[in-house]
Design a protein around this ligand. Sequence first.
Ligand SMILES: *Cc1c(COP(=O)(O)O)cnc(C)c1O
Length: 420
Amino acid sequence: MQFLNLSDPTDTASFEQAVRRGLGRGQGLYFPESIPVVAELDALLDLPFAERSAVLLAELTGLDVATLRPIVTTAFDFPLELIAVDERVNALELFHGPSLAFKDFGARFMAGCLSAFSDGSPTTILTATSGDTGAAVAHAFHGKPGVEAVILYPKGRITPLQEKLFCTLGGNIRTVAIEADFDTCQAMVKQAFDDEELRTRLGLNSANSINVARLLAQVCYYFEAVAKLGGREAVFCVPSGNFGNVTAGCVARAMGLPMRRILAATNINDTVPRYLADGQWAPKDTVATLSNAMDISRPNNFPRVEELARRAGTPISAFIDSVAVTDADTTAAVGALHEKGYLADPHSALAWRALDASLGDDETGVFACTAHPAKFAEVIEEAIGLQVPLPDALAQVRDLEVLSATIPGDFTALRGLLMD
Ligand SMILES: *Cc1c(COP(=O)(O)O)cnc(C)c1O
């Protein structure tokens, strides 16, 4: 399988090259040259999750099933649940991995690929996090031979529990508290990538969410959801920020997975819903909301959705639906779901709200649950006055020592630390 740079058709890559480079020339996104349609869907749906995922990823990447099987088995080693919330609606729980968010699927598969592709020369994953991505990346790369991960975060601006979740691992995971805000952390990472000597000496890679390995890994759980529904066609609703998760859903549909409609739910950072309504791409300033992992007004995966629509010959507004949900409706949704006996974090509850409003009487719906409710215990307590018990993964790290170094928010300090 060839991968094309969507901004520069002369820039092509194998899967391995696309994963190692992350971004293509001119900051372009890599994407499979064509989406393979699966043969024998029923037989595929009958396979166990890991085996089916290896087959799907072999189709999408061009790697052998035998190469992918051990990577996938290690990466997807946690449960995935489909819970009926009522007669029509199901929660697809994607948050049972080590960082309690769906990003574990993509980060762990990418880590397994980079480790498998390693030729012995050092690889350093350098990434900045405002909270959640850091945890997924740290757990994904922890203990992987030949790879070191360096994760920057703004000191004192993530929750103590978030910090414990990824700054207590040690080994090949170095966490660095920066005495500055998240934008500065991100600027420092960019500067490191512009530093030719650093880049080659350390083999820098960003593990950024636009890496195509992270995207393709997420295709697999849509097949699992349909398998758990017994092949029934459902409306899927995905809480969306950078639109990677929902892009993966669109890829699954393009591969032949029966999906009735795909709905991307956003918070009031609603660039895409407005774009689908009036054809104008007009991002506004990003606003802070209760679903903070989706506080994004320039979703960087959207060109991939447009490419899929173009290939399908469908206008974008008919290819995907998108709805914005306010904080007030998100809070109400947490409460409404709790009354049905289901506890959801704000991101997942927001998706349920959008799905519930759109679902026809004769339709089945699935909403993606992207984070464990305990990660957003404060919001839930505020919404419904309920204390969320700490799951084991959080309870275990609560008393561990934070191992981070602290440096000022300037590049010279980071360079010194990296060269050390
Ligand atoms: C990252 C994230 C999202 C948004 O996913 P995208 O792929 O960026 O659209 C939604 N919910 C949670 C909890 C997240 O961490």
